[in-house]
Each structure stands twice: as structure tokens, then as C-alpha cells.
Design a protein around this ligand. Structure first.
Ligand code: ATP
Ligand code: MG
Length: 301
């Protein structure tokens, strides 16, 4: 696995740093009306192939934060969410939210309506049965194929720098109990159904997404983390969808393509991080995130 090195998390007055992921920094608020709750800050960092790049994408943290907030709001009839406030310290205004501290379930709730990525790898590796997370799928599917119906394909959370690992539904039952597992699967599929429908109306295919849920002290299940951003989901332009190849997508595909091209001079097998991104790759990537935000929410950035 590539070693992940992160820049030091910024110091924020009134908050104590707890944890940094590849893209986000998590703090505990130490003063104010929400003392004891969490401050989740989305940076402009970008990661590909589990490497965090040295180059950042301007406004990415704000775009993803806004997109996530918009979706939380759209989904609130299906499941409560963890956001308490967007009134955050000036240093991180626009790209941070105050959220309830939840006891997170140790399962990445992934749902797929289309086959690609690790789902496709599992599908191929389990030939001739063709299954993903123990769910049997039809023969003859290709990269980007639409599944007969969306499937819940949970994964375990990996440490920084590691890949998440797909697991069976039974493994989720063992981790969180049968009742919780059924609840998580039901909520995940309901969120997908709603979001997929909304995206489709806007000419975007929601191929798959990953949700994280947690429990309030009273046991109620709440949607946490970020939701339906290009960092946690695959969004494809519907007009360009052609199963049988990798699909164009509204995310860091421009960066991935550049890194793998001869132009970058990067050797993926070297174990070294990709080189800094050229300015035009940064700008095109930023534009892609803006486009996704504007298309989905109907709002100008
Ligand atoms: P990466 O996503 O880079 O693989 P990561 O998941 O460790 O790594 P982040 O996603 O940046 O890093 O960190 C967010 C962390 O906060 C995750 O561990 C997530 O489960 C947790 N989290 C999200 N929402 C809440 C919440 N409301 N209460 C407690 N923890 C939360
Ligand atoms: Mg995460």
C-alpha cells in the first residue's frame, strides 16, 4: 500500500484536532454552543489510487461540502442527518460543518446500481457464478452495465492508505446485529433510489455511492460523514453512457487519466506518489466539480 503523508491539519481556534483522512480533517469543538460536537472540514486535497497528491484543487472542499449539505436536505424525509450548523470558524467557512458526534457503525454502506470498480473485479473473480458481496448477478455484464436492481454491497473500513474490502451481508449482521444490518441495508437502498432518480432527471447516472451511518446516544440511526459527493460516489453523464468500457465521470478521472498518461512520467508500479499536477489539469478538474455541483443542485457556484 502507498504510504499516505498528509499536511499538518490547520490549527482552528476553539477546536481540537482529532483525525485526518485523505481529504478531510475532523475536530472536536471545545467552546461555543456546540462544544463537544464535531467540526468536519473538507480540504482541497485530492487523492487518486490511494495517494494524496501534493497539488490541491481550489474550491473542492467548498464544492463538496455544499453538495453534501444539499443532499442531506433532499434526503431528510428518508433519514435524519448529522449536520447541526454551518456557522463555523472563519478560517474554514464554507467548507466545514458542525455535526453531531455519532457512534459510527463499522461498515461502509455501499450501494450499486451499475457494475464497475471493485464490484466489477469481484464479479469477474467469482466467475462462473458472478457475484458481488455474495449476491449472485446475471452472466454477461460488462464494465458500466446497469444491474437488474440496485444491490447493497457493504465494505469494511480500511486504515488510511488501505483499500476498503467488500464483505457479505452476513458479515454486516455479525458486526452490527441482524436488526441494524437490515435497517442499514434498507436505508441505503432507499437513499440510492431517491438520489438516483433525482440525478437521472438532471442527466446524470448515479452508478454507486457509499454512505456511513452512526447511532445517537438514544440508539437512533443517523446519516453521517459526507453524502453523494464525487468523492463518495460515481456520477456519469447519462448521454455518454456506453457499457463495455470505463465511463466518463464527474470526478477526479481527469487527474487519474493524466497520471496514467506518458505525459506525467509517473510509473504507477514505482510505489511513489504521482508528480504535481499541471495547472490546466487542476483547472479542468475544478471545472468538473463545479459542473457536477451546478447540474445536480441547479445552483450556481
Ligand atoms: P478516508 O476517507 O480518507 O479513507 P477516513 O474515513 O479515515 O479516511 P475521513 O473520511 O476524512 O477519513 O474522516 C471522517 C471520519 O469521521 C470517518 O472515520 C467517519 O466515519 C467519521 N465520521 C463521520 N461523521 C461522523 C459523526 N457524525 N460522528 C463521528 N464520526 C463521524
Ligand atoms: Mg472517509
Amino acid at each position: 500500500m502507498p504510504p499516505v503523508t498528509l499536511p499538518p491539519a490547520p490549527t482552528i481556534p476553539g477546536a481540537r484536532h482529532l483525525h485526518s483522512g485523505k481529504v478531510r480533517d475532523l475536530y472536536e469543538l471545545t467552546e461555543g454552543p456546540h462544544a463537544g460536537q464535531l467540526l468536519m472540514v473538507a480540504s482541497d486535497r485530492i487523492s487518486i489510487f490511494d495517494f494524496v497528491l501534493d497539488t490541491t484543487i481550489p474550491d473542492k472542499g467548498e464544492l463538496l461540502t455544499r453538495m453534501s449539505l444539499w443532499w442531506f436536505d433532499q434526503l431528510s424525509a428518508i433519514v435524519p442527518h448529522h449536520v447541526l450548523s454551518t456557522d463555523v470558524p472563519d478560517a474554514v467557512r464554507g467548507r466545514a460543518v458542525v455535526c453531531e458526534r455519532l457512534d459510527m457503525y463499522a461498515v461502509e454502506c455501499v450501494v450499486r446500481g451499475y457494475l464497475t470498480g471493485s464490484g466489477l473485479l469481484d464479479y469477474r473473480a467469482t466467475a462462473p457464478d458472478h457475484s458481488v458481496c455474495g449476491i449472485r448477478l446475471p452472466d454477461g455484464l460488462e464494465d458500466g452495465s446497469r444491474l437488474p436492481e440496485p444491490v447493497f454491497t457493504p465494505a469494511t473500513k480500511a486504515e488510511l492508505g488501505d483499500h476498503d474490502e467488500n464483505v457479505s451481508y452476513e458479515a454486516v449482521e455479525q458486526t452490527v446485529g441482524a436488526e441494524r444490518a437490515a435497517e442499514l441495508r434498507g436505508l441505503t437502498l432507499s437513499v440510492y433510489a431517491r438520489a438516483e432518480e433525482m440525478a437521472r432527471e438532471r442527466g446524470i447516472i448515479l452508478a454507486d455511492t457509499k454512505l456511513e451511518f452512526g447511532a445517537r446516544p438514544d440508539g437512533a440511526t443517523v446519516l453521517g460523514d459526507e453524502v453523494l459527493t464525487p468523492d463518495s460516489s460515481r456520477f456519469w453523464p447519462a448521454a455518454e453512457w456506453h457499457p463495455g468500457r470505463a465511463q466518463p465521470s464527474y470526478d477526479k478521472q481527469i487527474v487519474r487519466n493524466w497520471a496514467l498518461s506518458p505525459e506525467s512520467g509517473w510509473d504507477r508500479s514505482s510505489g511513489e506518489a504521482p508528480p504535481p499536477l499541471p495547472p490546466e489539469v487542476v483547472e479542468r478538474t475544478r471545472q468538473r466539480y463545479v459542473e457536477a455541483y451546478e447540474l445536480l443542485t441547479g445552483q450556481r457556484f
